[in-house]
Design a binder for this molecule. Structure first.
Ligand code: SIN
Length: 493
């Protein structure tokens, strides 16, 4: 049965393949329906999870609230040890976790392994940084007063994570929150919740106390509503669409719940006439086609200086033509399926619109199964030339393996084009000029800039956006600050 949103709900799942989640250290309550998790490449069922709602959401907060006092009182070292143990356990089980991830999400196994290491890095980083939370001691204006500024955990925090990075987006939120003494309730995405379940099981195995991490699955709307309607939830960290981000902002107004929002991007990538083209081409290919183009930070709009356009296009096309599309568990595959039918439809609409309005398909552009036995949810990596600003592909996030190229003549024009959309997550530029690199870095209105580089996501850096791409930062010391309250205490002496 489908609930109307494309989700497959079952009353009688295959019991051996049900993952229940975790509330208060025990399997989550599972009355009612189960959500079938399907392999997007084959449509085979990979497992089932409970399709919970408000009751499960409340139970998770009850458990997190009960655990909050002791967890806050534990020393940073105790918390750091557990985070490091979880990281080690994830790295030890990389192969098993990566296989689950590939099966439920579709990305090639090598990328899935990379994601497990990336996910573990947030645990290690936060374990260290959580030991460095400090306060301040201030002289007051009155001679008989002193001020101590404390930074304290918020209490219970909620995290709602996306399907495109089913492991890393969990640890990027939970690791800093837990490291500084908060407890957590988490809802992973409906499309890919099994990796989260596996991580929760490992957390129990390495000794996280019951209630510190609670993971439930189910109806996103009901769960989000319940958490933002519960005054005990002091913060919600969300990664997903701008549309859902706006809804959360409205709902957060009830208790003025703090929010971190990592929302949609539409990253521009500028290639100046003085760029090292080999570097630019390599970096463009790896950023654009990672996860089949399904990342918030992948370049969606490539602007190339007219004088290097032909050389850039030839080299990019040669690189694209070497990429292999297929099942993520098959050897040698670079590009897996799109996550679901809606994702495929969006890519189709963007390609049709681009063709209709005069874009040239230099390579790719074919939708459908790459071999017998696979679903039609695949798109060959595509290079579009002669794209114009009014095409859908140049205005909306495609979230697929489509590289859309436009040209520019001057630096001012390139910056204006890059800043022309209401999104501000990541932007990239390629130039050998130091002065230009500084000028362009300053002028790009984005939370992250990759200069001669497209790898901007690491545990140490601040990840996040401006404008419609959201609020707050994840990663580095900034990621921990998001989960701390500043308290000022004035002493009379
Ligand atoms: C995202 O797509 O939201 C995350 C990508 C990353 O961490 O690099």
């Amino acid at each position: 049965m489908s609930d109307g949103s494309g989700l497959l709900l079952d009353r009688s799942p295959d019991a051996a393949r049900v993952s229940l989640g975790l509330v208060g250290g025990a399997p989550a309550d599972a009355d009612g329906d189960y959500l079938r998790v399907s392999d997007p490449a084959t449509d085979e069922p990979v497992g089932w999870v409970p399709y919970g709602g408000a009751a499960q959401a409340r139970a998770a907060v009850d458990a997190a609230s009960a655990a909050a006092g002791p967890w806050r009182a534990a020393t940073p070292d105790v918390r750091a040890n557990l985070l490091r143990k979880l990281s080690a356990a994830m790295l030890d089980r990389t192969d098993a976790l990566a296989r689950v991830l590939t099966r439920e999400q579709g990305k090639p196994l090598a990328e899935a392994r990379g994601e497990i290491a990336y996910a573990a890095s947030f645990l290690d980083w936060s374990a260290e940084e959580g030991r460095r939370v400090t306060g301040e001691y201030l002289e007051a204006s009155g001679a008989n007063r002193r001020i101590v500024v404390m930074r304290q955990p918020l209490g219970v925090i909620a995290a709602i994570t996306p399907w495109n990075f089913p492991a890393a987006m969990i640890t990027r939120k939970l690791a800093p929150a837990l490291a500084v003494g908060n407890t957590a309730v988490l809802k992973p995405a409906e499309q890919a919740p099994l990796t989260a379940m596996a991580i929760a099981a490992l957390a129990t195995e390495v000794g996280f106390p019951p209630g510190v991490i609670n993971v439930i699955t189910g109806d996103a709307d009901a769960i989000g509503r319940a958490w933002l309607g519960d005054a005990r939830v002091r913060k919600l960290s969300f990664t997903g669409s701008t549309e859902v981000g706006r809804l959360l902002v409205e709902r957060a107004s009830t208790h003025l719940t703090r929010l971190s929002l990592e929302l949609g991007g539409h990253a521009p990538l500028l290639v100046f006439d003085d760029a090292d083209l080999d570097v630019a081409v390599r970096a463009t290919l790896s950023a654009k086609f990672r996860n089949a183009g399904q990342t918030c930070v992948c370049p969606n709009r490539v602007y190339v200086h007219a004088s290097v356009h032909d050389a850039f296009m030839d080299r990019v096309q040669a690189g694209i033509d070497r990429l292999v599309v297929g099942y993520g568990l098959d050897a040698g595959v670079h590009i897996g399926p799109l996550i679901d039918d809606a994702a495929l439809d969006k890519v189709r609409v963007h390609l049709d619109d681009a063709r209709e309005h005069g874009a040239i398909v230099r390579t790719g552009g074919r939708l459908g199964a790459p071999r017998a036995g696979l679903s039609p949810r695949f798109c060959t990596p595509t290079l579009l030339d002669a794209v114009t600003a009014s095409m859908q592909v140049a205005r909306e996030e495609t979230f697929g393996p489509v590289l859309a190229v436009q040209t520019f003549e001057t630096e001012a024009e390139a910056i204006a084009l890059a800043n022309s959309l209401p999104y501000g997550l990541a932007a990239y530029a390629f130039t050998r000029g130091l002065a230009r690199a500084l000028r362009v870095s300053e002028a790009l209105d984005f939370g992250m800039v990759g200069m001669n580089e497209t790898t901007v996501s690491t545990a140490q850096a601040a990840f996040g956006g401006t404008k419609l791409s959201g609020w707050g930062r994840e990663g580095g010391k900034w990621g921990l600050e998001e989960f701390l309250e500043v308290k000022s205490v004035t002493f009379g002496v």
